[in-house]
Design a protein around this ligand. Structure first.
Ligand code: GAL
Ligand code: CA
Length: 356
């Protein structure tokens, strides 16, 4: 009898522990579910941007919000939460944590320091929320830390090459650019942030392309202006002070800095014949206007429309667990939108694109 009671206790204990096992398994399998079921029915996109005063990114994010809205599916709500890291990686890491705590189920990350995405990757992995990095490209090693990491941007080398081609064509078609007729082009470069893929590759490829095209160059100065119009205006004012009207060509890593350089010439009311040729990259609204009014000889279109749309579509597909086949991801992770050359001849096409 005593034995029997013991047996029945054993059976009860076995039953309870089995039930616990089943329960634990169910909870675990729920946790392993897609972001959609474990983190809400509606798509909530968390976006962090390295610096919200950046002109190009401001335009890109405006398009992105419109695109996400346009993709909204019947019966679902979408939300886009944008946070500005204002130049601090620590701030950005904290913002990502806050966005995850807030229930975001997709993250779009524009890193402050593209060399240290590991905190963000760990937090996202922990929450099983996919990350789309954009515009500031992490290195391969980091992109391989987890399977749910993606990158959307453009091929930096291509933009530099195109800027070099535009500059070479301008120099070939107008002998007055060589103001002192010494057969060489005295040039300065206004550079973006140090370490940024676009700074490194644009400067390198633009100059190399000019040389390949047979242009003799005479380097006067390279100045860092962090993609900023105001900083470029200051740097250019100093350069004018140093070199006077010797400067024949200004290669700027983006439109904002090319416009800053033009601002400096305007403030000093330097006459047209004493100005250099200016080239930018991006095709921002102001950049395109400057190509139309002729102050900027050309720019290279950084396809913000394409990048914003791809990012919205990838968010949507990741959230719904759709196949990613149609994205044609390079190495299963990367999307690069092509750059395009913009001059006075084709600039209107890009202005229209912007207003769509
Ligand atoms: C570049 C762009 C710059 C700036 C930078 C920020 O692609 O040309 O204007 O926006 O990204 O990371
Ligand atoms: Ca010259």
């Amino acid at each position: 009898m005593r034995m029997k009671r013991k047996d029945s206790r054993r059976i009860k204990a076995l039953f309870v522990s089995c039930a616990l096992c089943v329960l634990t398994a169910a909870v675990l399998s729920m946790q392993g579910c897609t972001a959609r079921t474990s983190r809400g029915k509606n798509m909530k996109i968390g976006v962090v941007v390295y610096n919200q005063t950046d002109t190009f990114l401001g335009e890109l994010l405006q398009l992105f919000q419109k695109d996400v809205d346009g993709l909204r599916r019947d019966g679902e709500e979408t939300a886009v939460l944008i946070r500005d890291a204002a130049g601090s990686q620590r701030t950005e890491d904290a913002e990502v944590q806050e966005l995850l705590d807030n229930g975001c189920n997709v993250l779009c990350v524009n890193l402050v320091d593209r060399g240290v995405p590991s905190n963000i990757i760990n937090m996202a992995k922990e929450a099983d929320v996919p990350v789309i990095f954009f515009n500031r490209e992490p290195v391969r090693e980091d992109m391989n830390l987890w399977s749910r990491l993606y990158y959307i941007g453009a091929d930096a080398a291509q933009s530099g090459r195109m800027q070099g081609e535009l500059a070479a064509a301008a120099i070939r078609s107008n002998s007055r650019i060589d103001k002192n007729s010494d057969g060489k082009i005295q040039y300065v470069v206004l550079e973006g942030e140090p370490g940024h893929q676009d700074t490194i590759m644009r400067t390198d490829r633009a100059v190399a392309t000019l040389i390949e095209k047979g242009v003799s160059l005479d380097k006067l100065s390279y100045q860092i202006a962090n993609f900023s119009r105001a900083q470029a205006a200051n740097k250019m004012t100093q350069l004018i002070g140093q070199f006077g009207n010797k400067i024949e060509l200004v290669l700027a890593n983006n439109d904002a800095m090319a416009l800053g350089a033009i601002d400096a010439y305007n403030r000093l009311t330097i006459t047209e014949t004493n100005r250099p040729v200016f080239l930018g990259i991006d095709g921002t609204k102001e950049g395109l206007s400057a190509v139309i009014d002729g102050s900027l000889a050309g720019t290279v279109y950084n396809d913000k429309n394409g990048q914003a749309m791809k990012m919205a579509k990838l968010c949507d597909a990741l959230f719904h667990g759709d196949s990613l086949d149609s994205f044609g991801l390079r190495d299963g992770k990367y999307i690069y939108l092509p750059y395009e050359k913009v001059t006075a001849e084709n600039v209107r096409k890009y202005v229209v694109k912007q207003d769509e």
